[in-house]
Design a protein around this ligand. Structure first.
Ligand code: PY5
Length: 303
């Protein structure tokens, strides 16, 4: 892990080694917490800029609301704390992981008695699915594990415990020799990857599952939909079944950690090398992160 010097914890910067929790931390046992994944990039003019920082912190607030977690900090506080953390660590490119979780002192299931601890950690994190994947595409497998749903654990909340579902799917896919899992909901419709949203290209039209089917309301997904529409492509939010993936002209994952990653194969059905629409979107997305696209400059929160 590419560590840094400081982590923000409950209002102050502490040394990396000191940002620890007790083994009886409530969230460690029951997964009761919410988190975000954000990236900061060095722009072409040499400055550090966080991608859609306010939108990520607003999603953290929405995730908390779903689970009746009272965040002890406002979105504005968390935005400022993130910028301070990056600045004090003297780093220009990093992954940012804010987390709010039930702390130490209560082991019952009713979290009402738990303190909510909040931390913002940053570290250097290269591309999540590998350089080779970004350039030539990844191999994906439809998981035998179904995506959790709104009446089990709402996927609209980026909650810690939800990720056991993703870990089951990811582990199954990797053990079977694939790079990533694709999950279906109980009705059999495609939701997303274990940690990414998914798009296909069908006859020049981009299609991604609607959030009502179970995918996270991804911020990269939203950015890519805007980019695609601005490039003149039609984008639809429609239900997809697994054979839509098999027959797609192009397909790709989107996410903060993964960024934009082409899918070259699903369940051994070949989609192929990254197609022209995937490449154009990838190129525009990467340029926007570097501050090279005037139209998307508003997505960047300079540190
Ligand atoms: N779907 C799921 C289940 C996710 O966990 C993520 C993000 C996304 C979609 C994409 O959302 P966004 O574009 O807003 O990032 N996953 C985290 C990330 O930081 C964690 C990955 C380990 O990308």
């Amino acid at each position: 892990m590419e560590t840094v010097d400081y982590i923000w914890k409950n209002g102050e910067l502490v040394e990396w080694e000191d940002a620890t929790v007790h083994v009886l931390t409530h969230a460690l046992h029951y997964g009761f917490g919410v988190f975000e994944g954000i990236r900061c990039y060095e722009t072409s003019d040499g400055r550090a800029a966080v991608f859609r920082l306010g939108d990520h912190m607003r999603r953290l607030e929405r995730s908390a609301k779903i689970h009746l977690i009272d965040l002890p900090y406002s979105v504005g506080d968390l935005v400022d704390a993130t910028k301070t953390t990056i600045e004090r660590n003297g780093i220009k490119e990093c992954y940012i992981r804010p987390i709010a979780f039930s702390g130490y002192g209560n082991m019952g299931l009713n979290p009402a008695g738990s303190e909510i601890d909040v931390a913002i950690a940053i570290w250097g994190w290269g591309t999540y699915l590998g350089e080779e994947g970004v350039e030539h595409g990844v191999r994906a497998k439809v998981s035998s594990f179904k995506r959790l749903d709104a009446n089990i654990l709402p996927p609209a909340s980026k909650a810690c415990g939800n990720y056991v579902n993703s870990i089951l799917a990811k582990t199954e896919a990797v053990k079977a020799g694939y790079d990533e899992a694709i999950l279906l909901n109980h009705a059999g419709f495609v939701t997303d990857g274990s940690g990414e949203n998914i798009f296909i290209v069908d006859d020049g039209v981009l299609v991604t599952p609607p959030t009502s089917e179970g995918p996270l309301d991804g911020i990269t997904r939203d950015s890519v939909m805007q980019i695609a529409r601005d490039l003149g492509y039609e984008v639809r939010e429609e239900r997809l079944v697994r054979s839509d993936l098999y027959l797609a002209d192009e397909a790709f994952f989107t996410g903060t950690a993964a960024e934009v990653v082409p899918i070259k194969e699903v369940d051994d059905r070949r989609i192929g090398e990254p197609g022209p629409i995937t490449k154009k979107i990838q190129e525009t997305f990467f340029a926007s992160l570097r501050g090279d696209v005037e139209r998307y400059r508003g997505w960047l929160e300079y540190v």
